[in-house]
Design a protein around this ligand. Structure first.
Ligand code: ATP
Ligand code: LTN
Length: 327
């Protein structure tokens, strides 16, 4: 049986090399061997303050960027979450089987809500049940994500198991798939914080659509330390981050990389990291510019995916509604 893969990215800002290395690159690796579904999760992007016009534009940009990165619509199904309304229907049903205590343990909520806890929308708190619905609606086996989403996929497993125990075997239990290297790319301006779309700071991240000159400048300014020697030492967070990016994008081993940089300084390393990052993003940018100009093509890709996904979503919802007593 071909395993089904589901994953998604929020269109909440510019997709950066952390998203690319932690998620998209690993989706590309299984394009031939799995049944792949990739989603632009536009309903997740409304859990924080946002601008509707920017969301509309960001959603289309993200679809074009997925394709530009190599997610061939002939080999996977690319779609926009809000185009299949059952995501939110299932989310509500799952919310009713998810204990408050489970959601209260989610570290991302604690980080994102912070001091604004009393004022933010309830959706930021219940959002992991929408993510669980995304995954469970398609009877997913594998969920390739970065390290920060592991807890949410584990919660999804717990919710599915609880549902199956209470209402009968309806859901496949999914597994998180986390990359060995690059699962948590850190901000260039602060290597103690995860690179994030929503983080402020002009030199925090490199976006896949950033101008190469800006990308180079951000990497050259990356915060490191005052020690000597270019070695993979997790305690030297800024250096470790640069080396990890270099490792993933060149495909070289750690020993080979350390030997290559022996006797060299941070300036040399940053210059070479900038070169490999720019070499990776330039062809993506070129394909993106061609794609974004052709809106009929993007619309056709999205419509075709919905047509193919609808029977899968219908079958799951039919089983869920029956199991829960709504039919
Ligand atoms: P936001 O700041 O809007 O929450 P984000 O940058 O955290 O955005 P998401 O849309 O939440 O991005 O994440 C999409 C995918 O990219 C997820 O699989 C997530 O685990 C992965 N990802 C996000 N940030 C990183 C990172 N810094 N390193 C590796 N993977 C990441
Ligand atoms: N919550 C994820 C994005 C996301 C997702 C999903 C990832 C929403 N639904 C389903 C994998 C599977 C995030 O990165 N913030």
């Amino acid at each position: 049986m071909t395993k089904r893969v589901f994953s998604g990215i929020q269109p909440s800002g510019h997709i950066h090399i952390g998203n690319y290395i932690g998620a998209i690159r690993n989706w590309l690796g299984n394009l031939e061997s799995r049944d792949n579904i990739f989603c632009v999760v536009d309903q997740h992007a409304i859990t924080v303050d946002y601008d509707p016009d920017a969301l509309r534009q960001g959603t289309r940009d993200a679809v074009a960027l997925y394709i530009a990165c190599g997610l061939d619509p002939e080999k996977c199904r690319l779609f926009v979450q809000s185009h299949i309304p059952e995501h939110t229907e299932l989310a509500w049903l799952l919310t009713c089987v998810t204990p408050m205590g489970w959601l209260e343990r989610m570290t991302q909520f604690k980080d994102k809500a912070g001091a604004k806890r009393e004022r933010i929308g309830t959706g930021l708190f219940t959002y992991p049940t929408l993510m669980a619905a995304d995954i469970l609606l398609y009877q997913t086996h594998e969920v390739p994500v970065g390290d920060d989403q592991k807890q949410h996929v584990e919660l999804t497993r717990d919710i599915a198991e609880r549902f199956n125990r209470k209402f009968g075997e309806v859901f496949v239990i999914p597994e998180p798939v986390i990359p060995v290297v690059g699962a948590r790319i850190m901000g260039f301006d602060d290597p103690t914080a995860k690179m994030s779309k929503s983080a402020p700071g002009h030199h925090h991240s490199v976006g896949l659509l950033d101008d190469p000159a800006k990308a180079r400048k951000t990497i050259m300014r990356a915060v490191t330390d005052s020690q000597q020697g270019i070695v993979f030492d997790p305690a030297r967070a800024g250096l470790f981050n640069l080396l990890s990016i270099y490792q993933v994008l060149t495909g070289q081993g750690r020993e080979q990389i350390e030997a290559h940089f022996a006797g060299k300084g941070y300036g040399d390393l940053k210059k070479e990291v900038a070169e490999v990052v720019i070499a990776e993003i330039e062809p993506i940018q070129q394909r993106y510019r061609e794609l974004i100009a052709d809106s009929t093509y993007i619309d056709a890709v999205l419509a075709r995916s919905v047509e193919k996904l609808r029977p899968v979503a219908d079958a799951t919802m039919d089983a869920v509604r029956r199991a829960m007593g709504h039919r």
